[in-house]
Write a protein that binds this ligand. Structure first.
Ligand code: GLU
Length: 468
């Protein structure tokens, strides 16, 4: 997992710090342990690389400043829920070694952490917005909204709601509510949005009321939309810093207006560049490959998160994994885990083909790991056919045997004899064995040492070539 972050980092180039005026204030919050950050995925699919990276940055940020990392499931779009996705996302964070401190599964002081279980809180916030005149009931039918959309498109304009229900009189609203006319609640977008300082992108201002119609905050099914639920929860869960992808930068002015209307203090925003398969972020002083989580936390420097985009090179992934695997093999605790994992996998892959149970012994597997580290990128490589000789004896058909040249057969007989002669002693040193084999090659006219080795390899592994 850590390997993934190294991979992201490898392709990002640090640039100038973009922190502006509020730097001191932010540092104060960070240093006083008031940091609460969250990863807020929608379980409309399984965790993708971009989401994992956002979670990872949040985790590192929380650890760096002694804060809390929260997982909140934003499952308000019931029509797009994917069964099992929420559980799987939480499993993935655990697997990746970035477990949340508060989450749907773990609970916490500010729970529940599943938005569908917090509906009363959003209704309450929406009601208060209606009472203060910041939101209103909208009774426009789907047909009318469709018509508006089509008209806009026909005249080459961006479709937007025309805010018609803003102008309903209170008695008209009452009457429609009494008649149970289906409705939504819309937030009144005011102009005069103040600029905000994104800690990565710098000062931003987007006069959202000029380009958008009033957004729905409570849908006809009683569920909130993303904007309202997100703001309510960030406030109630005491989120101090919002670290999310830059695709959300456009939503921030709307959120600011909601905070203002609800009379709440907004968090700090740090919107990292999106990882759209080609983009990634940075945030460290150097791009050293192979850092451990503690090192990443220690070396993390949010002022180095850049707006730069970079191209991810998937081919580098095995290379980075090789480095991390090497570190795991050198770490006693991690190595034991790898050994146990391999024991299970060998049995799974080869089952009854394993004639020699000694290959399952931890000391043997440990030796294999040490000998192949730096060559393999993943432990699964050891289960590929080119390494099968490590676990099962090669077998040769009669045809294969018959196809061997008489010279090969002759050398093989000599090697067997040599081995039998050496058998019974202590374990042979490599030098001693290779000395013996060289002598044997010399004694056999026309045979090169290389040929002898080839035959031995074939006999022991069934392979013509050595694995690289
Ligand atoms: N639920 C949003 C998502 O799916 C969260 C965006 C945010 O972090 O505010 O990414």
């Amino acid at each position: 997992m850590i390997m993934l972050l190294s991979w992201f980092l490898h392709f990002s180039s640090p640039s100038r710090c973009l922190l502006l005026k509020t730097c001191d204030e932010v540092d104060h919050h960070r240093e006083h342990g008031e940091v609460r950050v969250r990863f807020a995925p929608s379980p409309t699919g399984f965790l993708h690389l971009g989401g994992l990276r956002t979670a990872l940055y949040n985790y590192i940020y929380a650890k760096k400043y002694g804060g809390s990392f929260i997982l909140r499931m934003e499952d308000t779009d019931q029509s797009r829920l994917v069964p099992g996705a929420a559980e799987s996302i939480e499993d993935m964070l655990e697997w990746a070694g970035i477990p949340p401190g508060e989450s749907p599964r773990r609970g916490g002081e500010y729970g529940p952490y599943l938005q569908s279980q917090r509906l009363a809180l959003y209704t309450q916030a929406a009601d208060s917005l209606v009472q203060t005149g910041n939101a209103y009931h909208c009774f426009c039918s789907q047909q009318r909204l469709e018509l508006l959309k089509r008209e806009a498109l026909r005249s080459g304009q961006t479709p937007r709601y025309d805010n018609r229900c803003r102008h309903l009189r209170p008695d008209q609203v009452e009457e429609k509510l009494d008649q149970d006319v289906p409705h939504v609640i819309r937030f009144r977008l005011e102009s005069g949005v103040e600029p905000f300082n994104d800690l990565v992108f710098g000062w931003n201002r987007h006069e959202v009321a000029q380009v958008e119609g009033d957004p729905v905050v409570i849908k006809a099914d009683g569920f909130p939309t993303y904007h309202l639920a997100n703001v309510v929860d960030d406030h109630l869960m005491k989120v101090s810093h919002v670290l999310r992808g830059s695709e959300w930068l456009i939503s921030t002015p709307k959120h600011l207006l909601l905070y203002r209307a609800l009379g709440w203090k907004p968090p700090y925003w740090e919107e990292g560049p999106a990882l759209l398969t080609t983009h990634c972020g940075s945030g460290f002083n150097s791009n050293r490959v192979g850092r451990k989580m503690e090192e990443l936390i220690a070396e993390f420097n949010p002022s180095k998160i850049t707006t730069h985009s970079a191209l991810l090179d998937l081919d580098k992934l095995p290379e980075f994994n090789k480095i991390h695997l090497q570190q795991r093999i050198d770490d006693a605790e991690q190595r034991d885990w790898l050994v146990r994992d391999l024991q299970g996998r060998i049995q799974e892959v080869y089952g009854t083909q394993v004639q020699d149970q000694d290959v399952l012994r931890p000391d043997y597997i440990t030796r294999v790991l040490h000998l192949r580290k730096g060559h393999i990128s993943s432990v699964s490589d050891l289960l590929s056919s080119e390494y099968s000789y490590l676990w099962v004896r090669p077998s040769f058909s009669d045809q294969q045997m018959a196809a061997l040249s008489s010279e090969t057969q002759h050398i093989a007989t000599l090697v067997i004899r040599l081995m039998e002669g050496l058998r019974g002693g202590e374990e042979l040193a490599v030098d001693q064995l290779s000395g013996e084999l060289k002598t044997l090659a010399k004694k056999t006219s026309n045979t090169k040492y290389r040929e002898v080795m080839k035959i031995i390899r074939l006999a022991l592994s069934g392979l013509q070539q050595v694995p690289v």
